[in-house]
Design a protein around this ligand. Structure first.
Ligand SMILES: Nc1ncnc2c1ncn2[C@@H]1O[C@H](COP(=O)(O)OP(=O)(O)O)[C@@H](O)[C@H]1O
Ligand SMILES: [Mg+2]
Length: 343
């Protein structure tokens, strides 16, 4: 099979570390596919140059590692939209879950309307936060991921701190979300298609004194920072069976509702001391690196990294066959043509 791996070509502003993070995962995936005998082409996606699409259309499958264009995540769904429009099979979720989940207030509104437990939230535009909004509250950018904009100052315990944090964040981010802070444990639930992987937990017990038990930017990306050691993933999470079932059920509902159980994803959750799970966010296409959360959950499930990648490939191929079959079923007879619109 001929597989094209797509990825963001990056920009001049990228640091050598940014480039290395993308390239390393692209190579990891290429090696897995090559080892299985597939022909693999690496294709960077650029703005204003559509040769990437032409190359993708010649492939049997596109392996999507493109998290945006020039580092702008908002283009990721356009890339997938182009692949969908041209009927090119690709791994991971479709464009719409990416569009929805990239804006946390939109995703939260939909999840809450579906009856899923979502902590109270409000979009902070114009700094209009209801006077009775529950505290503590966490302030986060609505359209970012990977803990961008989150440090220990993100959790506010007073109205004054909240107002000041929101103003500060609005200087850097267009849309800022204020959300009720959920104390308790942090859990991640991964999915490949409809397969749920073992639940993972972030162990905050070694978090430095004075830091909130949250996954800050430093905790995620700075191995030398004390918050990094203070956010240790444990998979499988040690949970009573009934709690694990409840968490799993809610995570699956969220993944079904926002991701249609297609591709792969990770649902981030918090669990109160009273055993009530809350959905914090749904991540379609989470980090697929060998040392990232999804690969860890897959290992706990019995899938080595190669197996995870091939499961993702199989899920994408299965989906594209179903789409082809459905298209054939509803295909219009050739004589029917769209009437010309009056000019
Ligand atoms: N409502 C909340 N209550 C408690 N902690 C939260 C809440 N929202 C976010 N966090 C903390 O902030 C981290 C990042 O927030 P998240 O919404 O998952 O954004 P990102 O897309 O950056 O991962 C979470 O992993 C969690 O530790
Ligand atoms: Mg998250």
């Amino acid at each position: 099979m001929k597989v094209v791996v797509i990825y963001d070509a990056g920009s001049d502003e990228w640091s050598p570390q940014d480039v290395a993070a993308v390239v390393e995962n692209v190579r990891e995936v290429r090696e897995v596919l090559r080892a299985r005998g597939h022909e693999v082409d690496l294709v960077p996606v650029k703005l204003g140059d559509f040769r990437w699409l032409t190359r993708c259309r010649k492939a049997d499958l596109v392996f999507n590692l493109c998290e945006g264009i020039n580092g702008h995540a908002r283009y990721e769904d356009f890339v997938l939209g182009a692949l969908e429009l041209t009927g090119t099979p690709f791994t991971g979720p479709r464009a719409w879950p990416i569009t929805v989940c990239h804006r946390k207030h939109v995703a939260n509104t939909l999840l809450a309307a579906e009856g899923l437990p979502v902590p109270a939230f409000v979009l902070a535009q114009g700094n209009k936060i209801p006077a009775n909004f529950p505290l503590p509250a966490i302030v986060k950018p609505s359209a970012e991921d990977a803990s961008v904009g989150i440090d220990s100052g993100a959790v506010c315990t007073s109205r004054r701190a909240l107002r000041s944090r929101v103003s500060q964040m609005l200087e850097h981010f267009e849309e800022v979300l204020v959300q009720e802070y959920v104390a308790g444990r942090e859990l991640n639930v991964g999915f490949v298609g409809s397969t749920m992987l073992p639940i993972s937990e972030i162990d905050f017990s070694r978090m430095p004194e004075g830091s909130w038990p949250i996954v800050t930017y430093a905790a995620k990306w700075s191995p030398d920072h004390p918050e990094y050691a203070g956010t240790e993933p444990v998979c499988p999470a040690r949970l009573p069976a009934d709690v694990a079932r409840k968490v799993g059920r809610i995570a699956r509902q969220a993944w079904q509702f926002l991701g249609n159980q297609e591709g792969y994803g990770r649902v981030d959750m918090r669990l109160t001391d009273q055993g009530q799970p809350y959905v914090i966010e749904v991540n379609p296409c989470p980090d697929l690196s060998r040392d990232a959360g999804l690969a860890r959950m897959a290992r706990a499930h019995g899938w080595a990294y190669d197996e995870l990648i091939m499961q993702i490939v199989d899920e994408a191929l299965g989906r594209s066959q179903k789409t082809d079959a459905a298209a054939a079923l509803v295909a219009l007879p050739p004589r029917v043509t769209t009437p010309e619109l009056p000019t």
